[in-house]
Design a protein around this ligand. Structure first.
Ligand code: SF4
Ligand code: SF4
Length: 334
């Protein structure tokens, strides 16, 4: 078998009008005759970078062309605000153009789901995702405060599960401090992106109100004086994504444009930290996120590490380890 036969195809193009050509590389005709969730983040109020309904409508049109019946879907969030409830999120979706009048599609927001276990942990997968055999994922790639970058893995790993599971994942990735092993070197203090740790000559303090459970401090400590309460956030993120998409036929598009420092949930996500790259399509969430990261790093080396102080490649490594997908890909430019 030649090397390229086991590499995942990732199609790269800069003009979204080439979407039709890109989709020919994948099994889009099998979407025919089915209700198809288009999984996407429909934007937070005041955020300026989330997917544009005009762009997502091109996906809707392609799905309708093959005889599918698409609808938009996402899940409620764990923090306060309009998107905390189904009715509130639907208001935001409508405001941002994700409605029948502007796109030909309705939006369904989920707040409940079904428990699916991956690697010994339970994840509550949202109903619309769980019920579908075929899914189209539209992901806006951007920076993220807890994962460095957010792409297709995060679109499902956090966006595809219920708020109870979101809360548990964040909580479980907070650090536990082991005082007896601490040398008060201060590395965790220096590394924490949120100034949640203060180390003095013989003192160590943490402000849990500031902690996002990103795990940077656990990685920084060389003395085994910190460990995760449960597991690394990027590990459970990859596992939750697998709970959502395993045994399903999923086509992913990553929009690698308007790459802001922080995610589409953040009203103050800017500034933009990298020039626009274009669009990628694949049927593998690990391959498409790896290709997106590689293209970004070609233009802006280590940009997410520098801006968010977090290595975004961990989710790729974990995703490959648990069988979510492959980091080996063949990039086909249109
Ligand atoms: S998990 Fe992240 S936010 Fe929390 S203390 Fe450690 S480095 Fe800071
Ligand atoms: S990095 Fe580890 S050893 Fe150093 S101060 Fe922090 S917890 Fe203690």
């Amino acid at each position: 078998m030649g090397e390229k036969n086991w590499m995942k195809k990732v199609i790269f193009f800069s003009d979204l009008n080439k979407l039709h050509e890109a989709l020919k590389y994948f099994d889009i005709t099998s979407f025919s005759g089915k209700k198809i969730p288009i999984k996407l983040h429909m934007g937070e109020i005041k955020n300026k970078y989330f997917p544009r309904y005009q762009d997502v409508k091109l996906v809707v049109d392609e799905l309708i062309k093959v005889g599918a019946d698409p609808f938009f879907t996402d899940t409620t969030v764990a923090y306060s605000g309009l998107r905390n409830s189904k009715s509130g999120y639907l208001k935001v979706a409508k405001l941002h153009g994700f409605n029948k009048k502007k796109t030909g599609c309705d939006a369904i927001i989920d707040d409940t789901g079904i428990i699916i276990s991956v690697k010994g942990r339970d994840y509550e997968v949202a109903d619309q995702i769980n019920n579908a055999s075929h899914i189209f994922a539209f992901t806006h790639v951007k920076g993220h405060i807890a994962t460095g970058m957010g792409g297709s893995i995060k679109n499902f790993g956090m966006g595809g599960v219920t708020k109870e599971t979101k809360r548990r994942m964040h909580h479980g990735s907070r650090p536990i401090y082991l005082k007896d092993a601490c040398t008060y070197c201060g590395l965790c203090d220096e590394a924490c992106p949120f100034n949640a740790i203060s180390v003095g000559e013989n003192t160590w303090e943490q402000d849990m109100r500031k902690c996002f459970g990103c795990g940077v401090c656990v990685n920084a400590c060389k003395s085994n004086a910190m460990k995760y309460k449960d597991a690394d956030f990027q590990y459970v993120l990859a596992c939750a994504a697998k709970a959502c998409v395993q045994d399903k036929n999923v086509i992913y598009i990553n929009e690698v444009k308007r790459i802001a420092r922080s995610c589409d949930c953040d009203p103050f996500a800017g500034p933009v930290i990298c020039p626009d790259i274009g669009y990628l399509v694949s049927d593998d969430p690990v391959a498409i996120d790896k290709a997106s990261l590689d293209l970004i790093h070609d233009v802006k080396p280590d940009v997410f590490e520098k801006v968010n102080k977090i290595n975004p490649f961990k989710q790729i490594k974990y995703g490959e380890e648990i069988g979510l997908g492959s980091s080996s890909y063949e990039l086909i430019k249109l």
